[in-house]
Design a protein around this ligand. Structure first.
Ligand code: ADP
Ligand code: ASP
Ligand code: MG
Length: 446
């Protein structure tokens, strides 16, 4: 039987817990609970989050909470920095946009206290959660847990600001948009939590974005690897880095709804039998494996086409070398050779936010590359099908291409890995493509 990872809090407690489990199967655990923006959008919803926390506290579980800013607050702060100056200082950007989480953490602590629960808020620098100095997209290096552990051991609830960190020069950093998920997983790993619950506005991870496909189905379980592909290919329900971290550190992640009435949910149990939502876990914990588990779309890529370049050694290096030097990440690449075989067209994708810089860079290297024309367009979307079953199952790509062709959807670029196939198509066909593939792979809810 698995021992609670937080036995360190009370020497001898593990044995008591074992006894308790045998007696009435009521377990104590250390839980990280993360509440996203819509789950703390106003005082009423913060009250609802507090009742989810109370349920766990009443069941004897130790709770470390991670909160996001109230819905849309971070967007408002980002917009303020942009209005102040388009070319603002990255350190001051972080000083501004990290502020939303401070408000939520304090308010939630007050609400918990008013419910007679001991609670204290923690900003990133107070913990501290130390990061590197990549302002706006910082990576967590370490979380100091001694003080938190001792307070959790005394029954206090720690309400930690997500998204925030502290750079080596003591300035505030942020972890990139959606970064509270990563704060939660990192805290769960550092504390050795039994589980990290991500409370959001959907009741789990779906086969595709439920906002665009009404027939999307909730997955009971999804493997870290599939979730990693889904997140990085557009399923914004979890920040990609949080899944990466959960996979490396073996953190069990449960994505669940904060809108479900707290009293209708069971408290966390170590046997996992309380699980509403979607458990992100190891592949071998999933009994029934589908060939395709999910479909995603990402609108944040742009297409660049370089026309009539010489088809000779060194051309790809002449194009992609300067882009790499400018820090531009290139994703899908397609090369097509003209009839006479002497000239070629090169098409590739970059992040939409980097399109202007890409075009500038290519224009300034025009003499070295030697091309006839250059086009850029952000009117494209990348649609991907993902599933670990694809490793042992041929024919997914061909059925995907056929189904899209039957709907008159032209594929502009393709990229594949062992467990995913992505195609670049005209953005106008996003919903049609996602719905078509969702039905094709048998994912529609009954
Ligand atoms: P939070 O504010 O709680 O962090 P997010 O908005 O970041 O919430 O993520 C939840 C949203 O992710 C959902 O409202 C849903 O529209 C979107 N989403 C996209 N793809 C998926 C998917 N495959 N499964 C579930 N939700 C998805
Ligand atoms: N508040 C931050 C954002 O909106 C972090 C998060 O919500 O995860 O990006
Ligand atoms: Mg989010």
């Amino acid at each position: 039987m698995r021992q609670p990872a937080w036995g360190f809090l009370f020497p001898g407690m593990v044995d008591i817990l074992r006894g308790a489990r045998q007696r009435d199967s009521k377990f104590m655990a250390l839980l990280v609970m993360k509440f996203g923006g819509t789950s703390v959008a106003d005082i009423e919803r913060i009250g609802n989050a507090a009742r989810h926390i109370k349920r766990e506290v009443d069941a004897g579980n130790a709770c470390a909470i991670v909160v996001s800013a109230m819905a849309d607050e971070t967007n408002r702060l980002v917009e303020l920095t942009r209005k102040a100056s388009a070319l603002h200082d990255a350190r001051e950007y972080d000083a501004v946009v990290s502020a939303g989480e401070q408000v939520t953490a304090g308010i939630l602590a007050i609400v918990l206290q008013s419910m007679s629960i001991q609670a204290r808020s923690w900003q990133g620098w107070q913990v501290p959660i130390t990061t590197n100095d990549a302002h706006g997209a910082a990576r967590i290096k370490e979380i100091a847990t001694e003080e938190l552990k001792s307070r959790l051991g005394r029954g206090e609830v720690a309400v930690v600001c997500g998204f925030q960190g502290l750079a080596p020069d003591n300035r505030i950093t942020t972890l990139g948009r959606g970064g509270s998920d990563t704060s939660a997983v990192a805290l769960a790993a550092a504390l050795g939590a039994d589980r990290c619950d991500i409370y959001t506005d959907v009741d789990g991870v779906y086969t595709t974005d439920p906002r665009i496909v009404a027939k999307a189905r909730r997955l009971e379980r999804v493997s870290y690897e599939e979730m990693l592909e889904m997140a990085s290919l557009g399923a914004k329900v979890l920040q990609t880095r949080s899944v990466e971290l959960a996979m490396v550190k073996g953190v069990r992640l449960l994505v669940r709804s904060s809108f479900q009435a707290p009293q209708d949910c069971a408290a966390m149990r170590l046997d996992g039998n309380d699980s509403p939502g979607t458990l992100v876990c190891d592949e071998d914990e999933i009994v029934e494996q589908q060939v395709v588990s999910g479909i995603t779309y990402a609108r944040d890529e742009a297409k660049v086409a370089i026309l009539n370049v010489a088809d000779k050694p060194g051309v790809a290096a002449a194009i992609f070398g300067p882009l790499a030097d400018a820090g531009i990440n290139v994703d899908m690449i397609v090369q097509s050779v003209s009839d006479d075989g002497a000239l070629t067209n090169m098409t590739f994708t970059v992040e939409a936010t980097q399109l202007d810089r890409t075009l500038e860079t290519l224009k300034s290297s025009r003499t070295e590359i030697g091309y006839a024309d250059l086009h850029g367009s952000s009117d494209v979307v990348k649609v991907s099908v993902i599933g670990i079953g694809m490793r042992s199952h041929a024919g997914v790509a061909s059925s995907m291409f056929r189904a899209l062709a039957e709907k008159g959807i032209n594929i502009q670029a393709i990229s594949t890995s062992e467990i995913k196939i992505s195609v670049l198509i005209d953005a106008a066909y996003t919903e049609l493509a996602v719905r078509t593939l969702h039905t094709l792979y048998g994912l529609d809810a009954a």
